[in-house]
Write a protein that binds this ligand. Structure first.
Ligand SMILES: Nc1ncnc2c1ncn2[C@@H]1O[C@H](COP(=O)(O)OP(=O)(O)OP(=O)(O)O)[C@@H](O)[C@H]1O
Ligand SMILES: [Mg+2]
Length: 434
């Protein structure tokens, strides 16, 4: 029965999370996806990939909690602590080894291995706690599970070795117990989408269809994440398995640019140093506005964000708050709300939209026989992004996006051990290469 016990971890550039399956033959349950952010009034399928250590380099917190705790710290206190954010990005194009160091916010270094392994350890402990609570408190250990770690399609052997070492340090795998599977992110997404009925997809301007699994079908998977836009071409072969034909990754197209542009616009509105003062005095409130923006930017319409009291007060000390809006285009003040026009919101996406369509075009220009385009990842939650892909490509291609595209990789990864497209870590090969 242990075979059906699975925990899958998606360790992303921007957000991380896990899904688990503890169904036995007697009790068939759907896999569960852990939700995050209750402490911030949120409910999200992943938590920010950031981690906080104390001055002795001991682990303190991960995710939303780490961010909140770090933002509360002032001057000297913040300098003593080690805070890491977006650190997966630091590893691109680097040679993975045990001594590789990465820089914390305070400018001090720590080994990448420790930052990764402590992150994995947190996710492991949290998963075991959640599972135990879901199963009438019965205790579970890491060795009760098959573990799935998702990795980008472009991930090479040295990166996998590094992740495996981190998993050992995190005690996910131990001596004599090694049930670790690497799942390629686009494959995991495919596994999930394959299972979806026609109404499991968000439809825009075409008839809903489930994923075509006829052998020979070729499709493009576009994973629009927080750090990279990854594009993979899959071909369905006899028996329903998949063959990977192409892969590409554009790692300069950060989803974060959208958020950055939003913040820049707020600074433009709250001129005269008001925004800077607000950021300095109330960093956690700014963070809350950013979370709110993440939720609001899904739509393609005017966005209304409640103006926090302290921001309003700082502004009023200079002049009437309405006056701040007179000199900017694309925003207005409406009784306590900052209203950003739909057109302005769209401009925040300009750069990444260009990047996404250019990356897709590059692959399509290779004249592969593509039947449809499948979009997944957090940015695909955004209607503006989905519309662009539709506008540009729907004349020639069918476009599919699963409902809740940010969850696709996690939901597919937990099904991975039962599928055929499994790349198991080969221990003997690992030893040889060392
Ligand atoms: N509801 C939403 N609407 C719009 N954008 C969203 C939403 N939720 C998350 N995002 C954006 O999606 C991005 C994160 O996506 P995702 O979780 O797929 O990234 P990741 O897996 O961490 O990154 P990568 O795959 O590049 O390593 C962030 O830029 C975030 O702002
Ligand atoms: Mg991802």
């Amino acid at each position: 029965m242990g075979e059906s016990f699975v925990i899958a971890v998606d360790f992303g550039t921007a957000y991380s999370g896990y899904t688990f399956n503890t169904s036995t033959r007697e009790k068939e349950n759907d896999p569960i996806l852990k939700r995050w952010g209750a402490g911030e009034g949120l409910d999200t399928p992943k938590t920010p990939t950031c981690i906080l250590f104390n001055e002795k380099r001991e682990f303190l917190k991960f995710g939303y909690e780490a961010k909140k705790a770090y933002l509360k710290m002032r001057g000297e206190e913040a300098k003593k602590h080690y805070f890491f954010e977006g650190f997966k990005m630091d590893l691109y194009n680097k040679d993975f080894n045990k001594d590789l160091k990465i820089k914390a916010k305070n400018g001090e270094e720590m080994t990448a291995l420790k930052v990764f392994s402590e992150s994995l350890r947190f996710l492991k402990d949290d998963a075991l706690k959640t599972i135990s609570a879901n199963n009438a408190g019965s205790p579970f250990t890491a060795s009760n599970f098959t573990w799935v770690l998702t990795v980008p399609a472009i991930c090479d052997e040295s990166a996998k070795r590094f992740m495996k070492e981190a998993a050992i340090q995190a005690e996910i795998i131990t001596e004599g117990y090694n049930k670790l599977i690497f799942a390629l992110e686009p494959e995991a997404a495919s596994v999930w989408c394959k299972k979806l009925p026609a109404d499991g997809f968000i439809t825009q301007n075409h008839i809903a269809k489930s994923l075509d699994q006829t052998p020979g079908t070729q499709y493009l998977i576009v994973d629009c994440g927080g750090g990279t836009i990854d594009i993979t071409v899959h071909k369905v072969v006899e028996g329903g398995a998949l063959e990977e034909l192409q892969k590409a990754s554009g790692n300069d197209l950060r989803g974060r640019t959208v958020d950055r542009k939003f913040k820049k616009f707020l600074r433009e509105i709250f001129s005269d140093g008001v925004w800077d003062e607000y950021e300095l005095k109330y960093p956690n409130e700014v963070q809350r506005m950013m979370y709110e923006f993440t939720r609001l930017k899904q739509v393609d319409e005017n966005v209304e964000i409640q103006c926090p009291d302290s921001l309003g007060e700082l502004a009023e000390q200079k002049k009437d708050i309405e006056k701040f809006f007179e000199s900017v285009e694309g925003a207005l003040w409406d009784e306590g709300y900052i209203v950003i026009s739909r057109e302005k919101l769209k401009t925040f996406f300009d750069k990444i939209l260009q990047g996404i369509s250019q990356s897709i075009r590059e692959i399509l220009n290779k004249n592969l026989n593509i039947d449809f385009i499948l979009t997944v990842g957090g940015l695909a939650e955004s209607q503006i992004v989905r519309e662009l892909i539709n506008e540009e490509f729907s004349e020639e291609y069918k476009i599919l996006c699963p409902a809740r595209p940010q969850e696709a990789i996690l939901r597919g990864a937990v099904l991975y051990p039962c599928g055929e497209n499994v790349e198991r870590f080969d221990e003997s090969k690992h030893k040889q290469e060392k």
